[in-house]
Design a binder for this molecule. Structure first.
Ligand code: ARG
Length: 586
């Protein structure tokens, strides 16, 4: 299934070869959408120099050789040598008919690759922040899209479930009591639990830095040692902490409508056993050396101030392993055990240096073959009105659940105003769909590595480039079919294109498959968001200008209903790939 531009490319290519000779059979025909026609062919300008002819003459020769019978209704050379092509309505309609008959509405099925995607990755006993929200939402959209393209996506939720803080967290859990209300904070307000443990630890440190065996700080330190040694009771308590955090994560995932479940957990702790071997192998291969007591990898091209080499520390001087060692284990595991063809890390932009050093080290060690592509899908910051990292008014980090609830409340007041006729339960469902859709779409409609200002009022608005606007368009199409009592999925009448707005809508619909493939190749869901927004606008213009139910003839009415049905299928498929629900009515 192909868009008109893609369908046209080989035709123009062979015309260029016929006009200028076989040497040019692979020349890029440079097809661009045009304001003056459907497509502009710009190749003549670049080829003119090579063949030593004026560009207009080249264009004329190519036009002579072009066989566009049935494809174009108009071909003309304009300006310095552009070729303007206007598709025939019948050709556009036949391409669209093919899309309508395709249950994938034009989305290609690609040769399956194994693609682990590392996303979300919140930390145990800590609040998820808006940065985690963004990697969760973007990662989930990529997972859905790549899966839909036919790939074997392996979700990897690399939660932070290991490290020294677990000593104080376990001791705090013991003091407040397993099953106590304070322990439940891990589910409802994890930061409160974490902060309480920290305050205890720091107070103890100040009072008695050296500490006696019974002091909180000393017990916390001993606990870390027992945890690393695999003491069964300590592991049981650690599991308890992780389990409570899972309840918290899952509650957010369910509210957000993301596809992550416990099956996708692959936290830092699962790599523990591999870490000593990673270090030994690096040392054995001469890739890592001991420097100031720590085991370090020095790589070419990584220098800091005054040209000093920046090391990747794989084992600290106290014998502990850090974030870098664990990530060496992730790439090794994903390539070797998961058989990855590509590996996606959907992580904050500031971690680019860390990831590049890890990958370069892995390449040197032979853990990352040249044909496996690691990709850092960089996540940018979410800002408040003051253009600083988003926080609450009191300056505290934001509670994500509170933020989502606020979005749902705002959506609720919008829907209460526009649809007071709907019953309470329906309005509550729609408010959830709109509120969550609004927040997710805001993340997905901007480039994932850019910063954006979090503005709930704008996000839930029914106009502009927002999730609710797209959802509203879907609801509108559904209401057309409800009015006539027809099933949109059974609407397959012949398409006839006459009006400019019909043609324009048809051209947009034909682009869906290309856009989805592009998201799979560039890891940029905002391209799909932008496409859906333009499609929604094209539909709105069509709907305002081309009467559907009051069309001039039954043939036109049936054709327009088919266009509406296609809009519905493309929109709901596209929104689903982004992870947005489309309400039945709004
Ligand atoms: N837990 C980390 C954080 O909250 C993100 C981990 C990302 N994944 C990875 N493989 N490093 O910042």
């Amino acid at each position: 299934m192909v868009s008109p531009l893609v369908a046209l490319t080989p035709k123009v290519q062979s015309a260029i070869a016929a006009a200028l000779g076989d040497d040019f059979c692979e020349a890029d025909p440079v097809l661009r959408p045009s304001q003056f026609a459907d497509v502009q062919v710009n190749a003549a300008l670049a080829l003119a120099k090579k063949v030593g002819m004026p560009p207009r003459d080249v264009a004329a020769k190519v036009v002579d050789a072009l066989d566009l019978d049935g494809v174009c209704s108009k071909v003309e050379v304009s300006g310095p040598g552009f070729i303007n092509l206007t598709f025939s309505d019948a050709w556009l309609a036949s391409l669209l008919q093919d899309v309508a008959a395709d249950e994938r509405v034009g989305v290609p099925a690609q040769a399956p690759e194994n693609i682990p995607i590392d996303y979300s990755a919140p930390n145990v006993a800590k609040e998820m922040h808006v940065g985690h929200l963004r990697t969760t939402v973007v990662g989930d959209a990529l997972a859905r899209t790549l899966e839909h393209l036919g790939h074997h996506v392996i979700r990897q939720n690399h939660i932070g479930d290991w490290g020294t803080p677990f000593g104080m967290l376990i001791e705090h859990l013991l003091e407040v009591g397993e099953g106590s209300d304070e322990a439940q904070l891990l589910v409802t307000d994890p930061n409160a639990f974490y902060q309480a443990a920290r305050v205890k630890f720091e107070t103890a440190e100040k009072a008695e830095p050296a500490g006696s065996a019974g002091d909180f700080n000393t017990r916390a330190r001993t606990r870390v040692v027992s945890l690393q040694a695999g003491d069964p009771e300590t592991l049981r308590l650690w599991n308890e902490l992780v389990d409570l955090s899972k309840v918290y994560f899952n509650k957010l995932y369910t509210t957000l409508g993301v596809t992550l479940t416990d099956l996708h957990l692959a936290g830092e702790s699962i790599y523990n056993a591999a870490l000593p071997g990673i270090c030994d192998e690096l040392e054995g291969k001469g890739i890592a050396q001991v420097s100031d007591g720590a085991l370090c990898v020095f790589l070419d091209g990584y220098t800091g101030r005054e040209g000093k080499p920046v090391p990747l520390i794989v084992r600290k001087s106290d014998g502990g392993y850090g974030y870098a060692t664990t990530d060496l284990a992730t790439i090794k595991y994903r390539v070797h055990d998961l058989g990855a063809h590509r590996v996606l890390y959907v992580i904050g932009a500031p971690q680019a240096l860390h990831l590049n050093m890890v990958w370069d080290t892995a390449r040197k060690a032979g853990w990352l073959p040249d044909d496996v592509v690691p990709v850092h899908v960089q996540i940018g910051n979410v800002l408040g009105d003051d253009r600083k990292i988003l926080r609450t008014r009191s300056g505290k980090p934001l509670r994500l659940m509170a933020l989502l609830e606020e979005a749902i409340d705002k959506a609720r007041s919008v829907i209460d105003e526009t649809r007071p006729d709907l019953d309470e339960e329906t309005r509550a469902t729609i408010a959830r769909q709109i509120g969550i859709g609004a927040v997710k779409y805001a993340d997905l409609s901007v480039a994932h590595d850019s910063e954006y200002v979090f503005d709930l009022d704008r996000m839930v608005s029914l106009t502009g480039n927002t999730g609710p606007y797209l959802q509203y368009v879907v609801a509108r199409v559904r209401s057309i079919f409800r009015q006539v009592g027809l099933d949109p999925l059974a609407q397959h009448a012949p398409i006839v294109l006459g009006q400019a707005h019909e043609r324009d809508l048809a051209k947009h619909l034909l682009g869906f498959g290309d856009v989805v493939a592009e998201v799979g190749a560039t890891y940029e869901p905002h391209r799909l968001a932008g496409y859906l927004f333009e499609l929604a606008q094209a539909f709105s213009a069509f709907y305002e200008n081309c009467p559907v139910l009051k069309a001039e003839s039954d043939e036109v009415k049936q054709s327009r209903l088919t266009l509406c049905a296609l809009v519905l299928r493309v929109m709901t498929t596209g929104l689903d790939l982004l992870g947005l629900e489309a309400p039945e009515r709004m």
